[in-house]
Design a protein around this ligand. Structure first.
Ligand SMILES: [Zn+2]
Ligand SMILES: [Zn+2]
Length: 315
């Protein structure tokens, strides 16, 4: 994939490609760990995520994976759509994280299960892996059952380009289920508030970076992180490529369930979006209602009497 990096010297390009992810991801984790207090957890997480989002926006201009994705068609309406979804979905997710931080360790059966004597970095890695298990199953079911869950999830896959704001483009039900399935098991197992908070920041920052239109080159780190080079395949228009890479942050469940995909070449510029035969209504509210409207429609079709029976009724 070509990029608009000709103004930069090749060594700077190579450095940015390889180091920007470790710098942003590690920097966000360090900032969250260093600044966390129980009192500031409510606003610190959105602050770190927005700061990373702004830096990523600048990187998209400096080192785009696909320059055309920075100027896609329908940008104005798409921006309004994305902003509304970002506000609702991200607020919901942040609230769920805050609620989980508040209840962590307070449940009677949670004491002693979580390895609180492990070093904190190891607990944070464990939280990222364990917290992604139920969302992995939910995400996979959304893609592979092609029913109600897919129609809820399809909003995330509708854009035909990938850039920073895509990370927040979810149906509110999708965002709430994912946040709950991530957090509640961790809180029930007794993970501490600090661990939950830092893992939450890293989870959200990874979401921003994995959708960014930045030509990241992670090299061997692609085996560990479900980052942009893998996640673009998950957004491929071809379902044979899209039905994989379901893990949100670490690739552990994709490795274990053999759903990790990395064909090793870039996704084509016109290769992301909904697969052929799949479609969504154009407006935001219609998209939010769409899965439920389809359910009603299908129920009504199911209730309709069989043709032979109807033809035998008296007029
Ligand atoms: Zn998906
Ligand atoms: Zn995505």
């Amino acid at each position: 994939m070509s990029s608009g990096r000709s103004r930069l010297c090749p060594c700077l390009v190579a450095g940015l490609q390889r180091l920007s992810f470790p710098f942003l991801f590690g920097g966000a984790g360090s900032a969250a760990a260093g600044a966390y207090t129980p009192a500031n957890s409510g606003w610190l997480m959105p602050l770190v995520v927005v700061a990373v989002g702004l830096l990523t926006y600048a990187l998209e201009r400096l080192l785009p994976y696909a320059p055309a994705w920075n100027n896609g068609t329908g940008t104005r309406s798409d921006a309004g759509h994305l902003a509304a979804t970002a506000v609702f979905a991200h607020l919901g997710e942040s609230l769920a994280w805050s609620a989980a931080v508040a209840i962590a360790g307070t449940l009677p059966f949670s004491q002693g299960v979580w390895p609180r004597d492990w070093p904190l970095p190891a607990q944070i890695v464990l939280a990222l892996a364990v917290g992604d298990f139920l969302p992995y199953l939910y995400h996979r079911a959304s893609h592979e059952t092609q029913g109600f869950l897919w129609r809820v999830h399809a909003i995330h896959h509708a854009p035909e380009r990938l850039y920073t704001l895509n990370f927040a483009r979810f149906h509110p039900l999708n965002a709430a289920l994912t946040a709950g399935l991530t957090l509640l098991p961790l809180a029930a197992l007794g993970a501490g508030p600090f661990v939950l908070f830092v893992a939450g920041v890293l989870h959200n920052v990874h979401g921003v970076l994995s959708h960014a239109n930045v030509d990241f080159r992670l090299g061997p780190l692609n085996a560990v992180f479900s980052m942009a080079e893998l996640h673009r395949w998950h957004h491929a228009r071809d379902p044979r490529l899209a039905n994989g890479n379901y893990s949100a942050t670490l690739t552990v469940w994709d490795w274990l369930f053999r759903t990790r995909r990395n064909p090793g070449r870039g996704v084509a510029r016109d290769g992301v979006g909904l697969w052929h035969g799949s479609a969504l209504p154009p407006r935001l509210l219609q998209q939010w209602i769409y899965p439920f409207a389809q359910l009603r429609l299908r129920r009504a079709q199911h209730r309709r009497p069989p043709r032979r029976w109807r033809c035998c009724q008296p007029a």
